[in-house]
Write a protein that binds this ligand. Sequence first.
Ligand code: IVH
Length: 706
Amino acid sequence: MSGENTTDPLAGIDVGALTEEQAVAELERLAREIAEHDRDYHQLDAPTISDAEYDALRRRNRAIETRLPGLVRDDSPSRRIGAAPAQGFRKVRHAQPMLSLDNAFDDEEVAGFYGRIRRFLGLDGDAAVDVVAEPKIDGLSAALLYEDGELVRGATRGDGATGEDVTNNLCVTGDVPRRLSGRGIPKRLEVRGEVYMRREDFLALNRAQENAERQVFANPRNAAAGSLRQLDPAITETRPIRFFGYAWGEASDPIADTLWEARQRLEEWGFTLNEPARRCKVLEAALDHYRNLEEARATLPFDIDGVVYKVDRLDWQNRLGTVSRSPRWAVAHKFPAEKARTVLKSIGIQVGRTGMLTPVARLEPVTVGGVVVSNATLHNEDEIERKDVRPGDTVVVQRAGDVIPQIVTVVRERRPKGAKPFVFPDVCPECGSAAVREEDEVARRCTGGLICPAQAVERLRHFVGRNAFDIEGIGEKQILAFWGKGLVKEPADLFTLESRDGDGEIDPPLCDWEGWGETSVHNLFAAIDRRRDIGIERFLYALGIRHVGQATARLLSRRYETLDRFLEAMAEARDRDSEAYRGLVDVDGIGRKVAEVIVEFFAEPHNGRAIGDLRDRVRVRDAEPVESGSEIAGKTVVFTGTLETVTRAEAKARAEALGAKVSGSVGAKTDYVVAGPGAGSKLKKAQELDVTVLSEAEWFALIGAP
Ligand code: IVH
């Protein structure tokens, strides 16, 4: 995943200043981004943003939802914990959800935690609330189910409700007792805790991985997660992962009256506890433990990223219960990020899959919190300017409990004489096309979408996709194979595959490739042939121009009708004073920002050449006339829930062909909501706003179809 979405212009607007429409868009963006980060973190074990950045996204989402509760999405991150389970393991439904922890970042927020507890329980402001303060382990949580003292199942947290069955792997994890011993063990008991890797084990594992030319892990947490989620337990067995027990889920008998005693029981039964823990009578004692642990942090054999405070009395824990995804009776007091000084040797530019140019600081390697850091992100050109970072500078680098390190500041006194400010390139280092910055955007992007190698696979995948050229039998896998062998570098190359294959230019021929065979190659060529005739709307969408989704492609094709007319207008529109430019900006729903991007795209000579080559091989049909006089022309429609007779895409296309605008959210301007089974918050919103709600059948009756 890319952090590119965070350049969204709305991201910079204060929650209180967002209009309702902006809030809808922002919640949609946050849901999407957080889901992607969850997947990167929980399923791929490869987070791309810091914990602090992730927390900030969640906080923003929560703040918008608090301000505008009517806009909470069905798929809101606040309704989910973590990511859905990965494929490959059997799924396990947790009898009690596996929760997450709320964070506190300073003493005041911890005092706030005590205050909330006292208020909730109706205690005096100075009433004693004992808490257990224990290290927050930077690992991943797991649940171990014991029946009659035997380990019968082990699971990951997954999305909190459903995890993965990793019993076989947990059976071979150090510190996980296969059989419990001692007195008073409940007949059925689920112990929860953290799977983690010690720092020295992690370093040794990475050395071994490197020697064997296998994947190295960014930090002990990722190494533990990757090791636990191996499909082959024999591999897990070779990995030095361990387990701390610190909590429990279902228990057929009570374990104790207090957490402190419960921890002792767990230890007696065979678990290793996360130490050093302390039972604290007052807030100051808890904070004192926090500071001691912060100091001792580097000397502990494992990574910790804070201290967890938990109410000691279990009857109080019960009464306090949970609020959304976290218990009210616990809070994680996070440590500030770890920092180090080093020299910035140079600034490199990486081009992302969507063409975004990201500056990367190449550093003199330095250890930050036990991890060797040699690169750090500089985010964008404004950031370089704002921090005035120059090659040769000594910089402060921080890891905020996570993977991608950041540059915090420059140590100005150590700047070498003659250090020159960095000049951000205005051409793409990968393909030489112009790299431009859109209005209100911090990112600079390569405009050579059709030819840039950094973007090629993504662009080609989009090009053959269902709503674009829709070439059956070609997906990411095939694109990667063709690209990897240098056979398809840009869209036009797809249409010469057959002739090149016939001429013996492709060696070995496609039908001898693994997994292909004559029939599939024949089918592939037939599928490509079927798309040599394509409507202008799909053609424009397929080019993958930024901001030109299906709706904009449709607007453009209706406005210009033929590709020739459109290209001519785009050529003229390079002159921003021209009639053609004004015409483009004035297309309803386009505006100046999108117009700029479109004009830049067609002004890039590399793209012009690639489009020319493509046109030599496909025929682009003119736009189809819009059906007019429909009942729903000009109306705004929202589809929600499951449609039973057509797909969502088809319903949308049909409505738009009749001149309706299809929107993703219900608002004051919505005319109809078409609700199928499973409709949730949008239906509710429609009812609140008194918007006409139609069933699928009523909808088709209205538009006289299908
Ligand atoms: S208690 C109901 N205690 O932190 C809360 N969690 O940020 C259950 N974690 O998912 C968790 N050390 O994976 C608890 N001493 C500790 C912990 C701990 C690490 C993890 C755990 C949890 C995450 C929440």
